[in-house]
Design a protein around this ligand. Structure first.
Ligand SMILES: N[C@@H](CCC(=O)N[C@@H](CS)C(=O)NCC(=O)O)C(=O)O
Length: 223
C-alpha cells in the first residue's frame, strides 16, 4: 500500500487552473495522508497534441467561460477579474516563458514556485497585468523575494527547461489530457484516475476517503 498521490498539472494562462490550485491549497492541510504535486505544463501544447481547441475560439463557449470563471471564483472567494485584453494578449503572447521560469524556481524551492505561480495568476487574472516578457518576470520575481532575478530569467531560457516542460506535458498527455487543470490521482492500490477541471475535487475526496471541499463561508472549520 502506497500513500495516495495527486499530480495537479497547471498552466498560469488558465483561470480554472488558478481556481483548482487555490482549492487544493486549502485542502492540503486537511488531506494529510495524500502526497500532492503541482506540475507546470503547457496548455498550448496539450491543445495542439490532443487536437482540442482553446475555449476562447468558439464565441459561445468563450462567453460562458468568462461568466463561469467569475461565478466560480466568487464562490471560492478568489479575487479573479477577467482581463479585458485577454483575447488580444493570448493571440500575441504565450505563457511558455512563465512556465519555464516556474520550473527553475521549483528546482530551488517548490514553495517559492507555488508563490510565484500565484503571483502570476494574480497579475494576469486579477490585476490584468501581463506575464509574457522579461520585464513582467522581473516584477514577479521581485514580489516573491528572489534576490537574483536576472540570473533566474536567463536560466529559464536554457534548453533544459524547455525539455522539462515538454516532459511534464507529455506525462499529462499520456493520460489523455485535453485541458487544464489536469489531475491524476493514484490511489493506495496503485490505480490511476484522471480528472479534468477545478470542479472535480468532490469526486477526488470521495475516491480518497478524504474530507469534502467547502468554501470558507460554508465551513466553520475553514474547509
Ligand atoms: N469545468 C471545468 C472547466 C475547466 C476548463 O474549461 N479549462 C480550460 C482552460 S482554463 C480548458 O482547458 N478547456 C478545454 C476544454 O474545455 O475542452 C472547471 O470548472 O474547472
Amino acid at each position: 500500500m502506497t500513500k495516495p498521490r495527486i499530480d495537479f498539472y497547471f498552466d498560469v494562462v488558465s483561470p480554472y487552473s488558478w481556481i483548482g490550485f487555490e482549492v487544493l491549497q486549502k485542502l492540503e492541510p486537511k488531506w494529510k495522508d495524500v502526497s500532492i504535486h503541482y506540475i507546470p505544463f503547457s496548455l498550448r501544447q496539450v491543445m495542439v497534441t490532443s487536437g482540442n481547441r482553446p475555449p476562447a475560439m468558439l464565441p459561445a463557449r468563450s462567453i460562458m467561460l468568462m461568466l463561469d470563471v467569475q461565478r466560480t471564483s466568487k464562490f471560492w472567494d478568489i479575487p479573479l477579474n477577467v482581463p479585458p485584453e485577454f483575447k488580444k494578449w493570448i493571440m500575441k503572447y504565450s505563457t511558455v516563458g512563465a512556465m519555464k521560469l516556474l520550473l527553475v524556481l521549483e528546482k530551488q524551492d517548490p514553495d517559492l514556485m507555488l508563490r510565484a505561480a500565484r503571483e502570476m495568476w494574480m497579475r494576469l487574472w486579477s490585476r490584468s497585468e501581463k506575464i509574457f516578457e522579461d520585464q513582467d518576470y522581473m516584477e514577479v520575481l521581485k514580489v516573491v523575494g528572489v534576490k537574483n532575478p536576472e540570473e533566474i530569467i536567463k536560466k529559464s531560457k536554457e534548453e533544459k527547461y524547455e525539455k522539462i516542460l515538454e516532459e511534464n506535458t507529455n506525462k499529462a498527455l499520456d493520460t489523455n489530457a485535453y485541458g487544464a487543470p489536469w489531475i491524476n490521482v493514484t490511489t493506495s492500490d496503485g490505480e490511476e484516475h484522471s480528472f479534468f477541471g477545478s470542479d472535480r475535487f468532490n469526486l477526488i475526496a470521495d475516491l480518497l476517503g478524504q474530507p469534502q471541499p467547502l468554501p470558507d463561508k460554508y465551513s466553520n472549520s475553514k474547509l
